[in-house]
Design a protein around this ligand. Sequence first.
Ligand code: NAP
Length: 315
Amino acid sequence: MEKTARIYVAGHTGLLGSAMVRNLEKNGYSNLLLVTHSELELTNAGAVLQFFQKNKPEYVVLAAGKVGGIIENKTYPADFINTNLAIQLNVLKSAHEAGVKKLIFFASSCMYPRECPQPMAETSLFSGYPEPTSMAYAISKMAGMQMCLAYNQQYGKQRFIPVIPNSAFGANDNFNPQGGHVLSALIRRFDEAKKTGAETIALWGSGTPHREFIHADDIADACLTLLERDTDTLNLPLNIGTGKDLSIRELAEKIAKIVGYHGKIECDATKPDGAPRKLLDSSRILAFGWQPKVDFDAGLKNTYEWYLENIAEKK
Ligand SMILES: NC(=O)c1ccc[n+]([C@@H]2O[C@H](COP(=O)([O-])OP(=O)(O)OC[C@H]3O[C@@H](n4cnc5c(N)ncnc54)[C@H](OP(=O)(O)O)[C@@H]3O)[C@@H](O)[C@H]2O)c1
């Protein structure tokens, strides 16, 4: 990929899109196409086609989509499936028609069967039902991944690369305590509990499910490796994880320590747990030559610092 290549990062204001932009800029890519959601509605097929025809991106990172935690997924399943299917349909079709050289598509670990053998290898996809609470989101991601593979198969070239990152965190995450992911929502709740002097904090669910978290900068680094290198014979899709997980209770304790919250942590078993464990087998991408670099505790600390500077102080 030439340093002057036209690269469209769809969803560049979000968690993964902004990490991708930071990574591309750090590595000398300067010809980035960045348009906000209000400038381009990706569920609008005509607008997307027009954008691709006019701007002719050579590479695309599709980091736009509807994302949320357990409660949001349970409350708005129709929005999740509609928005993601429409974005994927429009962007993949337009990218194909505009002759895009390579496109990265973010699928999700929610696609794996709820009772999947751990760690979850790509070969386990479609071997069972995904966790019911995020079924609509999971199905939209399975469709997007399968569309990528279908284009590659029908047109005889592996141009669309579906990747499956595990739970991401970092700058520009959604820190909403209701709608955000567990890690960012906990950062906010612990910070607020510290500031109000709350004696206890309720942890959603039993605290026992295990999750693998990966810093958005590591995911962006993996995607850049995939954009830069020959991926013609790679086995797709590709998991992207760190290989390490921890329980939600352990995560909460780490966050409490970083935030400086000294109250009690109590589990609220009336709230749903989600899948018991979601650890990815990332052997494929490790064999391709990529490795995660961000230390988890350091990443957690810099995410909290970003939250303090960008969200907490502005409230
Ligand atoms: N976060 C994770 O842990 C994770 C893990 C695996 C896969 N993924 C996938 O990776 C992608 C990015 O996730 P993320 O966490 O970075 O999401 P995010 O932080 O919520 O960012 C989503 C981005 O997409 C834009 N967007 C949403 N709907 C749009 C629309 N209809 N038209 C145009 N732009 C739209 C948003 O802009 P506005 O904010 O202005 O609406 C934002 O820039 C998603 O497809 C997600 O499913 C995420």
